[in-house]
Design a protein around this ligand. Structure first.
Ligand code: HH2
Length: 271
């Protein structure tokens, strides 16, 4: 179980051990490069490191559990053995179970326990879990997503998934929820979710938000035809994170750890 700081949101550093993640794909494919990147993010002020072995960017192909474990397990093991709080970004119970045994403290599941065995694995481990909203799956989720009221629909889905996790034995105090920015949502849907994040915080589970370098920022600051590139989205990311923090986010998932940590500290000092 991961204890949240009381005076500011926790900062989760993103570490993708994948060839194809939208922003850091291919950078940390080698375990030792990934471990160094994780340690660097801790020095820069991350509170925990989210290790992922399967990209969930729109259009990404699925990988099997064996390959995912081959990518993430040495990294989880090495970071955890150095005392780094580790979160495992996976939808597979088998990967979660082995990562927890290797020392991970949090299971970050973008499918919100779609794998029937996930709740039991997490309940048994007593770990923290993050349940995220996604409409559809990564291969198809950006094909014309529609909602009548995106904020209400995401809130009711997250409440239902959290209650069902509790029924399956996960402690309520171990559950975080996440609107899933960019997962089956247009730029307008993402904007509505960040603007109204207080409505999700009102469900009374800590809210995690992942806006970092996401495409809605590229569209707002560029255009639909010519969005800013992921590496040009720092200011937009920080602005969105500030709004999320002011609206009650308790965990911020980010690539740019040093800038995010300073921004979080400044907002905490001013609010
Ligand atoms: N976003 C991504 C991956 N995992 N987990 C949570 N809880 N919330 C998010 O918003 C979220 C997430 C996508 O970003 P990234 O890891 O940078 O890219 P990719 O999925 O291509 O590896």
């Amino acid at each position: 179980m991961f204890a949240l700081p009381l005076d500011r949101p926790a900062l989760m550093g993103i570490l993708n051990v994948t060839p194809d993640s939208f922003s850091d794909g291919g950078l940390h494919l080698d375990a030792s490069a990934a471990i160094d990147a994780g340690l660097r993010m801790m020095e820069e002020g991350a509170d925990l490191i989210d290790v992922g072995g399967e990209s969930t960017r729109p259009g990404a192909e699925a990988v099997d559990a064996r390959e995912e474990l081959r990518r993430v397990l040495p990294v989880v093991e090495a970071l955890a053995s150095k005392g780094v709080p580790v979160s495992i970004d996976t939808g597979k119970a088998e990967v979660a179970e082995k990562a927890l045994a290797a020392g991970a403290m949090v299971v970050n599941d973008v499918t919100a326990f779609s794998d029937a065995d996930m709740a039991e694995v997490c309940a048994r481990a007593g770990c923290t879990v993050c349940l995220m909203h996604m409409k559809g799956d990564p291969r198809t989720m950006q094909q014309n997503p529609r909602y009548t009221d995106v904020v209400a629909e995401v809130a009711s889905y997250l409440r239902e998934r959290a209650e069902s996790a509790e029924e399956a034995g996960v402690n309520r105090s171990n559950i975080w929820i996440d609107p899933g920015i960019g997962f089956g949502k247009t730029a307008e849907h993402n904007v509505a979710l960040v603007k109204n994040l207080d409505q999700l915080a009102a469900l009374d589970y800590p809210v995690l938000v992942g806006v970092s370098r996401k495409s809605f920022i590229g569209r707002i600051l560029g255009s639909a035809e010519q969005p800013l590139l992921p590496e040009q989205r720092l200011e937009g990311t920080l602005a969105a994170q500030v709004v999320a923090q002011l609206k009650g986010a308790k965990v911020i998932r980010a690539h740019d750890v040093l800038s995010s940590r300073r921004t979080i500290a400044m907002v905490a000092a001013l609010s």
